[in-house]
Structure formats: structure tokens, C-alpha cells
Design a protein around this ligand. Sequence first.
Ligand SMILES: [Zn+2]
Ligand SMILES: [Zn+2]
Length: 294
Amino acid sequence: MDFHLNSTVAAQATASYPELFALAGQNPNLSWLEKAWWTHYAYWDNDIIATGIITFLAHEILYFARCIPWIIADALPGLFHRYKIQDKKAPPSAKEQWSCVKYILAIHFIVELPMIVLFHPMMEFFGLKYAIPFPDLKTIAIQIAIFFFVEDTYHYWLHRAFHWGPLYRSIHRVHHQYAAPFGLTAEYASPWETMLLGLGTIGPPLVLGSFTGEVHLMTVLAWVALRQFQAIDAHSGYDFPWSLRRIFPLWGGSDWHDDHHRYFRGNYSSSFKHWDVLMGTVAGPRGKKMRKEE
Ligand SMILES: [Zn+2]
Ligand SMILES: [Zn+2]
């Protein structure tokens, strides 16, 4: 990796994180995050390991951190019950949440970790960038918007196929164990489902990167983080007056995906509503009403 910094390889081989960070400071044009990024790659001196550590840690920390507000909301029904979508059902017990955490950790280590280790060679093969400087915010935002729409389309059709009898029984049944989902259940799925639906998240950056040569790993990490937040929020079981769907009507959010778990048929997309509306697969009484009006 070419860092465009006046450092010697000898210094990299023995230096600690703070020493390398100070060295990165020689370049006044770098942001704090770019210095930290350079430090991390220089410290490990092995790009596959360095990418694997950032990607896996980011995934674990962000997943469980984003679930904490929902665990708190379930523990404080006096404050939050009024925002609960399926308010007749009892909130998940501590035992249920703990068994969900154990299953998800197993999926993360057994299925996602190997995919993460393979990601660096795949990323290099498809021509993604990971050297500093980072792309500008506008490029990052446009690419992430593209990834959201492409993933949503892929997710809609594959998820709809998963509801076909044989695929449902062999792949998708695990995810429907909870008819009233909670934040932690976002990635509660069989290994096959994790891999096949996961392709919708990592595939679009690889394809766009191979055509344009302008996709950076930082953009991929930001995209994966936002996609994780989307999935956790959609499974939270809570709909707030300040939920994104109220500002941005195309956004499905928990109000949309909760109905998928509750009624089992319909609302197959991940982030947006347009595919279900166009294909007449809106779930529950809302869908019935829409189809009658047509
Ligand atoms: Zn489903
Ligand atoms: Zn779900």
C-alpha cells in the first residue's frame, strides 16, 4: 500500500501505534481518521490482516452497540411501550435475548468472519481502493445511495423467493422464528441466508468498483454500517414519531418490516417500499386495502 508519507519501512516494522500516528502527522493534509487509518495499516504491515481487523471489529461493535437502545427500550416498558408496534405481545425476555446473542455470535464467527477475511483479496481483485486520502463526502454519499437501491432490489426478489416452500423450509425458516422481532433478531438467520442475502450488501460495491475504479474501502465500511443500522431498526419492534419513514415516505423502517414478520406474506424488500407497492405484495390489512382500491 502506497501511503505517500515520508516514513521508512524500518520505522514501521518496530513502531507502536502512537509512534506511527505521530509519523502520520508529518502530512498536514490528513484528517484524524486518515492518520488513524494509515497508522493501522502501517502497524500490521499486512493488508489482509489490517482490513480483516477493521471490518470485523466495526461489524461487531456497531451491531451490538446499535442493539443496546432497543434492549433498554424493552427493559423500560413504562416509557417505551406506547411506541411498540405489536403492543399486545410480551417484550422479549432476557433469556430469549441472550439465546439470540449466542446464535448471532456463532453466525458472526463461523459464517461472516471467513467472508470478511476473503474480502481483502476480493476487493483487490475488483479494483477497490483502500489507500489514503479518503474520497470526498459527496462521492461517498452518492455511492451509498446507489448501494441502498441495488441491495433493496436484490433483497426483494431473493427474499420473495425464500418464501417459496422448499427454500423457506431449508433456508429462511430460522429468520421467522420471531413473529414479533426485536433489534437483535436482525441477523438471526441460517448460514445460507446470511451468505446469500449478504451478497446483496458486499456485491454492489465490488461491481461498481470494478467498473469505475472509484470505490474506497472506507465507503464500503460506511455502507455496511448504515445497512446494519437499517436492518436492526427494521427489526426493533418500535415505531417513533421521529422515525425516518415519517420524513422520507419511501423508507420502510420497522413499521414495514414488522408487518412482514407478523403477517408472514408481503413486505419482502429491505429498505424501501416501492417494490412491494409496484408488485402488489404489501403485507397485512394495509396491502388488502391497497389492492381493493385498485
Ligand atoms: Zn421473510
Ligand atoms: Zn426480518
